[in-house]
Design a protein around this ligand. Structure first.
Ligand code: FAD
Length: 294
């Protein structure tokens, strides 16, 4: 899939190429077999070399906090942006961030510069690219509210897309088959300190309601209109149910935790159980939020 010649060109461009790299190392579930190739790309020139030389059989990974990898691994290339793609800069009330920067770092920069608008991101792990891809946020406040434009690569074609052309909705951005490389946020100047209070309130709430000290991938399912999936799962009597090393969290019904040695199959067994029981009891079809990679 990657010839010696291509590997040489990529290495020369500064990429790091790992063969049969276990994906469990790169996701918050700590689950997943090896990727055929795991490639870290440090800057735009290297990304260009990648697109020029490598066939389109790849997936992009951020911090891996919203993915479930298969136990057999990934038969293809997993691409991760790093280096220059982590840079963040501020100009007046705008923050421009490389897609590999952590969303929490962008929030910190916003707070330091008295810029408000990103409070819904407080306590959410992951990169800026992953956040925009999945329109991360709380139930009714999403990062898209402050996105101004997004730079993407679709193979060799680079484009800066303005918000009006995007298709944001609840946990949806409309971005597919592209690599998000940069996000420009448009925020508001506010020196009243209200932002810090909201951020700390959001973090306190998470500490009380989420199993943050056990590997997990956040909410497994989206919330159906007018319902909380966590409550539906609790009312279906599923909290604490186990499959191998996986367990539906006792703390939050919409979280599955890896209590140690869980396989992807164990997580999928619980996902199917949750779907089935919620359908049976409430006639509601749950839709996964976590990205299940095949
Ligand atoms: C404890 C915990 C709490 C969480 N709470 C929330 C919450 O409150 N709200 C919420 O919305 N989410 C939540 N999540 C889920 C997760 O943190 C977010 O979805 C996060 O934005 C994912 O970012 P990531 O970098 O980890 O993406 P990844 O998991 O690495 O990837 C997710 C998807 O984005 C794509 N992607 C990533 N980067 C790029 C890129 N540069 N270009 C193109 N595609 C890309 C991937 O291909 C994949 O399909 C939580 C997770 C955990 C573990």
């Amino acid at each position: 899939m990657i010839s010696k010649d291509t590997a040489y060109k990529l290495t020369l461009a500064g990429c790091k190429i790992l063969r049969r790299e276990p994906l469990s190392k790169y996701c918050s579930f700590r689950i997943g077999g090896p990727a055929d190739f795991f490639i870290e790309i440090p800057n735009e020139q290297a990304l260009f070399v990648f697109f020029k030389n490598v066939p389109a059989n790849y997936i992009v990974l951020g911090s891996g906090t919203n993915v479930l990898f298969p136990d057999k691994g990934y038969n293809g290339i997993v691409l991760r942006l790093t280096g220059d793609f982590k840079k963040i800069s501020v100009l007046e009330d705008e923050i421009s961030s490389g897609s590999a920067a952590l969303l929490s770092n962008v929030l910190q920069v916003a707070l330091k510069n008295d810029l408000i608008g990103l409070e819904c991101a407080a306590g959410i792990p992951g990169t800026v690219g992953g956040a925009v891809y999945g329109n991360t946020g709380s139930r009714d406040k999403w990062v898209s509210a402050v996105v101004k434009s997004v730079e993407v690569y679709e193979n060799l074609k680079k484009e800066l897309i303005n918000k009006e052309k995007m298709d944001f909705n609840y946990r949806k951005s409309g971005f597919t088959d592209c690599v998000i490389t940069r996000v420009n946020f448009s925020l508001k100047k506010d020196t009243k300190n209200g932002s810090l209070k909201e951020v700390s309130k959001n973090i306190q709430k998470r500490l009380k309601t989420q199993p943050l000290n056990i590997p997990n991938a956040g909410s497994i399912f989206k919330n159906p209109d007018g319902f909380s999936t966590g409550k539906l799962i609790e009312e279906a009597g599923l909290k604490g149910k186990r499959a191998g090393g996986a367990q539906i969290s006792q703390m939050h019904g919409n979280f599955i935790v890896n209590t140690g040695g869980a396989f992807s199959e164990d997580i999928l067994t619980l996902i199917n159980l949750m779907k089935e029981k919620v359908k049976e009891k409430f006639n509601i079809t749950l839709e996964t939020e976590v990205k299940i990679i095949e």
